[in-house]
Design a protein around this ligand. Structure first.
Ligand SMILES: [Zn+2]
Length: 420
């Protein structure tokens, strides 16, 4: 029998990350992933979410460990310390026993690179060299004129100086920070096994295949061993709803990203904001094979609200009223396009689930306000939402398990739908 009371590393096996903001979702996550070839990450928490839910890393870990023990889960499972930006973040999560560390260097990505005029581009590059903020003082000569054969007749060449400068200006300083983070993780984990992801998914502009290749080659050259990498893919990955964009273009670029991931690693491609992207799962699953990690988080919280909607309309109405009040403020830090006016204010009981949990705007209204709801949100009478929600989910635990099994099971089924 495998020792699986504690999280472990999952390596290059296809994997699925289940964020759980309330600490009661793991039984449903286990039911969704059981019997599939995906290995699960049952504890997955970003620093930002810890703050929004006022939870501690130890608490997140304990919820997953207890559910694994109780649920007879016998395969390995992982624990993802998501979107880490500083040394302090690393130490905090390593101490709690996390095994998968997601380095997020996006604060060091230069989002203006894509629109910089040529002179500014070369000035900015020179400045980075002068300030010693690059992985090598002569990256231009290292890459200019080089061609890389990715297999299947697909080659990427760095033969355009401006394109190369853009890649260096955009990701150069982020690579330096990634290397520093990698060393801090290595030190913090000591003798314990760990795996690392690099994520640049939250940048403003997409990561082009040549940019991905540049990043992948530099990671390799610096000895930063990643198990997965999350580029910012083309199109829109908005929270809680399906993919927006041209699917053929996504497929074309995804094919190149996978070839690059095989060439530079191999490592897995990691799909962040991965929930509810039903229209592209078959493509992602087919092209990735084992080299895939999918991250979901908010979708399990929405399924929790579905349980409330079905079992306590009065509480659900109080929550949506609160969320509608908070929406304009809370949406600012999220990638969503919903408008409050897209969901009618007056609704019959029977229409609530459809408008708030099936409709895109309704889902986003509930999605972006989760922090406000869970961090001190309360009913008109002053009762704490988080306590009421936890009470309800404990009472209706079988229903919660069932809606999670169905909803996340659908994700995995579609990922496997075109796999031979
Ligand atoms: Zn992300």
């Amino acid at each position: 029998m495998i020792e699986n009371k504690k999280p472990s590393v999952l390596g290059l096996k296809r994997s699925f990350g289940f964020g759980d903001r309330l600490g009661l979702a793991t039984p449903g996550h286990m039911a969704a992933v059981a019997g599939t070839p995906y290995l699960p990450i049952f504890a997955q928490q970003s620093i930002r979410e810890l703050h929004r839910t006022t939870r501690q890393p130890e608490e997140v870990m304990k919820a997953a460990v207890m559910a694994v023990e109780k649920g007879n889960w016998t395969k390995p499972w992982g624990a993802d310390a998501d979107h880490l930006q500083t040394r302090e973040d690393v130490l905090r999560m390593a101490q709690a026993g996390f095994t998968f560390f997601t380095i997020d260097p996006s604060a060091h990505v230069n989002n203006n690179a894509d629109s910089m005029p040529e002179e500014t581009l070369s000035d900015t590059y020179q400045q980075l060299v002068t300030d010693n903020k690059l992985t090598d003082s002569d990256l231009v000569n290292r890459y200019m004129g080089q061609s890389f054969e990715m297999g299947n007749g697909f080659t990427i060449s760095f033969d355009n100086l401006n394109q190369l400068l853009r890649a260096i200006v955009k990701y150069g300083a982020a690579l330096v920070h990634t290397k520093a983070m990698y060393q801090w993780i290595t030190e913090a984990c000591g003798p314990n096994q760990f795996e690392v992801e690099m994520s640049v998914d939250e940048t403003e502009t997409p990561t082009s295949p040549p940019e991905h290749l540049f990043v992948g080659l530099e990671l390799k050259r610096m000895g930063v061993k990643v198990v997965s990498l999350a580029p910012r893919f083309v199109g829109d990955f908005e929270k809680g709803i399906d993919y927006k964009g041209a699917i053929f273009e996504f497929e074309e670029q995804y094919r190149q990203h996978i070839a690059i991931a095989k060439y530079c690693g191999p490592y897995k491609l990691s799909i962040h904001s991965g929930s509810d992207k039903f229209s592209i799962y078959p493509i992602i699953g087919r092209l990735s094979g084992e080299l895939l990690h999918v991250k979901t988080a908010g979708t399990s919280y929405l399924e929790a609200l579905r349980v409330i909607c079905r079992t306590d309309k009065k509480l659900f109405r109080e929550i949506i009223e609160f969320c509608r009040d908070r929406f304009e403020i809370d949406k600012r830090t999220y990638h969503v396009s919903a408008e409050l006016t897209a969901v009618p204010e007056q609704l019959e009981d029977n229409d609530l689930e459809n408008w708030y949990l099936e409709n895109e705007a309704g889902r986003q209204i509930l999605h972006v306000t989760f922090g406000s709801v869970l961090r001190g949100g309360s009913t008109c009478a002053g009762a704490n939402f988080k306590e009421l929600i936890l009470e309800n989910l404990t009472k209706y635990d079988q229903l919660y398990l069932e809606v999670l099994r169905q909803h996340l099971g659908k994700h995995i089924r579609l990922l496997l739908s075109e796999v031979d």
